[in-house]
Write a protein that binds this ligand. Structure first.
Ligand code: SF4
Length: 84
């Protein structure tokens, strides 16, 4: 389980979340920022830093909000596969 950055980050990539993350697990991709699901400690520190409220508490919350693609892209970025 991991926090997930949704599509609101696309084209935004503010980066404040990167500075807030205590374990440096937020990485920059071409379109969006992504959270390494194997390193995220679910602390929530990144959430209030995002100016576009793009960060979801976990995969289930993201998918319920119509963000399955963001979940899949996030896992793909780290060469992982999302298995519910
Ligand atoms: Fe980093 Fe904590 Fe956000 Fe996970 S929840 S990405 S560990 S700041």
């Amino acid at each position: 389980m991991s926090y997930i950055i949704g599509k609101a980050c696309i084209g935004e990539k503010d980066g404040a979340c990167i500075d807030a993350c205590p374990v440096d697990c937020i990485h920059e991709g071409e379109e969006s920022l992504y959270i390494d699901p194997e390193t995220c400690i679910d602390c929530g520190a990144c959430v209030p830093e995002c100016p576009v409220a793009a960060i979801f508490e976990d995969e289930e919350e993201a998918i319920a909000a119509g963000e399955l693609e963001a979940v899949e892209n996030n896992y793909k970025f780290f060469k992982l596969k999302y298995l519910p």
